[in-house]
Design a protein around this ligand. Sequence first.
Ligand code: ADP
Ligand code: ZN
Length: 440
Amino acid sequence: MSNRSSARIYNPNMECMSRDEIHALQGERLAKTVRLEYENVPMYRKRMQEAGVKPEDIRTLEDLQYLPFTEKTDLRDEFPFGLLAAPRSEIVRIQGSSGTTGKPIVSGYTENDVEVWTEMVARAMAAAGVDENSIVQVAYGYGLFTGGLGAHQGASRVGAMVVPMSSGNTQRQIMMMKELGVTHLCCTPSYCTYLGETVREMGIDPERDLKLQGGCFGAEPWTEGMRQHMEELLHIDALNIYGLTEIAGPGVSFECLEKQGMHVNEDHVIAEIIDPATGKQLPCGQAGELVFTTITKTGMPMIRYRTHDICVLDDRPCACGRTTLRMGRITGRTDDMLVIRGVNVFPSQIETVLVGVNGVAPHYMLVVDRVNSTDTLEVQVEMTEDMFSDTVGHIETLRKTIVDQIKSVVGISANVRLVAPKSIPRSEGKAKRVIDNRKL
Ligand code: ADP
Ligand code: ZN
């Protein structure tokens, strides 16, 4: 499937520096950003004064640890324009978070910030093999959500022909994909799966009838098993892309065709991993909460923004030639973590089990409840068509296998309910995989 020779490094000057060069550049840019915030954003000035830090104290990357964190609640408290570091007249764009967790937040972009973001996504597109001969179908939603416009800008920048479909209208998406000869697809992994399954149902053979080669998929957590499923369904290289509105949007980091983690655009952002409980920095290789500092944005720069996303960083060079830090898959958001009878459970752990079992499709819903003051977890998962029409004996064996595997991987007893194919709602954007009735 891979056509590595077609993938190039968009900006080798920035993507292939030595670690020392990257760190020096980050230190310099950090100092500038800190001064910008101190002079223009009352919240940051106050926080730094409280922490006893002055802009002149921040000179190198090592000084980052002395700066206070920024939380999502700060963006809500300062909504909409309290955190702007540039005059209102210089803000040319507003984008908003999709509101997966609570009230939406917005970020303001200067022309410079739109440019920075576009460059970051252009690098991701190039890494996926997108160039001026490519046709890119953007099936992320367009609007306040950064997915659609982000992918659009990045694909345009590398000179591709962009098909701005936005999400939804699945049959029409597939018709366009086929008739135009689309080469790359950008959408959430859950929507990609849905598109892929619909392609198959329509009797379209991706290898014979489509020109799809790959795509950039993100905006929600997914697993290696899900990647394999998508790659087989659509006969593509499915690459991971990560980002968040507060920092820019998609493209903060992206995978190359090596598929060994997402390269962080380190000339634009500094990534740290911290222990979420103590706030202390953790070394590469250790899992913790991802924290980002923007170092080139001017509209609404962020200092040590706590993402609540959990992953591991890797600073070893990649076989692709890039030297930037790589992020492992997001294994969960601390906001998504379910505590069930005292055990921490991430939906991604359950997904890993489900995609490894034959007879079920990767469409599931976790229903958490409290019965007689005990937490319960029900895992609803769709059977494949074959399994659905099989004998009762097989289904029960399958159910028990899943129960056992969840017990051994996650450490809790779940009630597994095998449901009919297509009975779990499909997602065109970010999938909703958890219903927690304890919170009602
Ligand atoms: P929200 O989902 O918080 O409303 P955004 O639309 O800005 O807001 O989405 C950012 C969040 O989406 C990230 O913090 C992360 O949790 C999730 N996300 C984005 N890309 C990925 C990815 N490739 N893998 C896992 N999670 C991702
Ligand atoms: Zn690489």
